[in-house]
Design a protein around this ligand. Structure first.
Ligand SMILES: Cc1cc2nc3c(=O)[nH]c(=O)nc-3n(C[C@H](O)[C@H](O)[C@H](O)COP(=O)(O)OP(=O)(O)OC[C@H]3O[C@@H](n4cnc5c(N)ncnc54)[C@H](O)[C@@H]3O)c2cc1C
Length: 468
């Protein structure tokens, strides 16, 4: 006997959870299936030995969508916000140098005179529009300088995508900059105009309240939001159940007819579910495989989206053994430094309760698209390497007293050259199958806030389809 549903979501990372949450709120009969024993996907908070660490994302930029969900779930008061002025450092010539924020960048010695001149030309002049699909590196070199790419843009790209600026697409990875440049021939003037336009559009049709993005987490870690959504969903969420196949059901012409038959396996055996609307919130390679027997055409655009692998190394030190006062957010590392670390977040400086009294928790990222071999190392070797590299930078005098390493072989989707065309092909094919939807971090951006916004949009589409 199979269960019949109005909507079924596969995958309970933040994208699947936010989609299911919004569907349930609209009164749609929904279930969400998750292969792992726990929901949350890459969002995992761990409490151990007095430390509170994050195995995946360390924090996130808030937005209206997240705030409104948190308010609904009664966890808004649990949020902790980072100091928006917390200094961010970049490793230059062997030293951590604070990145000047805002206009201060123009007068600082952080950038060469040539780069500062190029920034001024951007502000007051007009340059040739970007290529339809140009790499971030090529664009920054052409418009500004190698120094800007090396010192600021490269490390920043590592911080978001763990990506390679030579292959990341400006248009797909940084759409605001692409639109700005295309519209005004100036990133700075154009970005202001694009943001003003978006703000106006949101005022005309407000979906969720707008708010300034502030870096945040929760008193008990990022997982607070996951646990709260999961609790709200109750028995609509089932974990430890792996979906193994999706088949098309011969649909009649009713708009709300059953269209998909899903087979899922778990400890209690196999289960077959039938649904009118199916939302895949799984990583691209899983979605491609699951849809293979449904329509093999999905496999090409989905499997062409690569992921960078990242090792997340959290080390705890006694503060008395660290010379650096660790005031700020942490630091990013240009690839030319030769270090394995891409960047380090000073968790205990940013948020309370991350380390026992008198201790510091520092989380470093190793690997990424420019160093895939790092993921082949053992957790012990990675922890030792990070400690070795941090020691001279932060004046560390003793070994760490705490260590945790998480390896993500497929951590973050890469919005590489061709990404926009791949997503267009995916949507084009999807339009042939009413009732089929995608949610996930490869669609509009990998940040948690963007995943939530994207998921609410998907849920809206599903909801509207019931009224058509
Ligand atoms: C190391 C790291 C650091 C990051 N740092 C930040 C940061 O600082 N700030 C920020 O905003 N974002 C950050 N991100 C990005 C952000 O965390 C992710 O993009 C986002 O959480 C992805 O959510 P998702 O639901 O789309 O995918 P996932 O979390 O990957 O969820 C997909 C789910 O599908 C499930 N699944 C797979 N196959 C099946 C199947 N056959 N049946 C059922 N279920 C299945 C999986 O088990 C998983 O739970 C980081 C990501 C990583 C990995």
């Amino acid at each position: 006997m199979s269960t019949r549903l109005e909507a079924l979501v596969i995958g309970a990372g933040i994208s699947g959870l936010a989609t299911a949450y919004a569907l349930a709120k609209s009164g749609i009969t929904v279930r969400i299936l998750e292969a792992a024993p726990r929901p949350g996907g890459v969002i995992q908070s761990v409490k151990r030995d007095g430390y509170l660490l994050e195995c995946g994302p360390q924090s996130f930029s808030g937005n209206g969508a997240i705030t409104s969900i948190c308010k609904d779930l009664g966890i808004l008061e649990e949020r902790v916000l980072a100091d928006p002025k917390a200094a961010r450092y970049v490793l230059i010539d062997g030293k951590l140098q604070a990145v000047p924020m805002g206009p201060g960048l123009l007068t600082s010695s952080f950038l060469s005179g040539g780069t500062r001149g190029a920034i001024l030309r951007d502000l007051f002049g007009k340059s040739q529009a970007p290529e339809p699909d140009e790499s971030v590196a090529s664009f920054i070199r052409r418009k500004f300088s190698d120094t800007l790419l090396e010192r600021l843009v490269g490390p920043f790209v590592s911080g978001i995508y763990a990506g390679d600026p030579e292959t990341l697409s400006l248009r797909a990875a940084f759409p605001i900059l692409y639109e700005a440049e295309k519209a005004r021939g100036s990133i700075i003037r154009g970005a202001f105009a694009v943001m003003k336009q978006r703000k106006a559009a949101a005022t005309i049709a407000p979906r969720t309240p707008r708010e300034k993005p502030t870096l945040q987490t929760f008193r008990n870690g990022n997982e607070t939001m996951i646990t709260a959504i999961a609790k709200h969903l109750g028995d609509r969420l089932t974990c430890g159940v792996q979906v193994s196949s999706i088949q098309a059901v011969e649909a009649d012409h009713e708009p709300n007819a059953v269209r998909f038959r899903i087979v899922a396996g778990g400890p209690r055996g196999e289960e077959t579910l039938e649904t009118e609307r199916l939302i895949l919130a799984t990583p691209t390679e899983v979605s491609g495989k699951l849809l293979e027997s449904f329509d093999a055409g999905f496999s090409a655009p989905l499997s062409a989206i690569g992921y960078s692998g990242v090792a997340v190394v959290s080390l705890g030190y006694a503060m008395k053994d660290v010379a650096d006062p660790l005031t700020g957010f942490g630091f990013l590392v240009p690839r030319s430094s030769g270090l394995g670390i891409l960047g380090t977040v000073w968790n205990s400086s940013l948020f309370p309760g991350r380390a026992p009294e008198g201790h510091a928790l520092l989380t470093s990222f190793v690997g990424g698209a420019t160093n895939p071999g790092a993921l082949g190392k053992s957790p012990e070797d990675l922890a030792a390497q990070v400690h070795r590299e941090l020691t001279p930078l932060l004046g560390i005098r003793k070994d760490p007293v705490f260590s945790n390493v998480t390896l993500w072989q497929r951590a973050i989707p890469q919005y590489n050259l061709g990404h926009t065309a791949r997503i267009a092909a995916l949507n084009n094919l999807r339009s042939r199958y009413p009732g089929l939807y995608f949610s996930g971090n490869y669609l509009s951006g990998p940040a948690i806030g963007t995943c939530v916004e994207q998921s609410l949009k998907t849920a809206d589409e599903v909801r509207i389809s019931f009224t058509n």
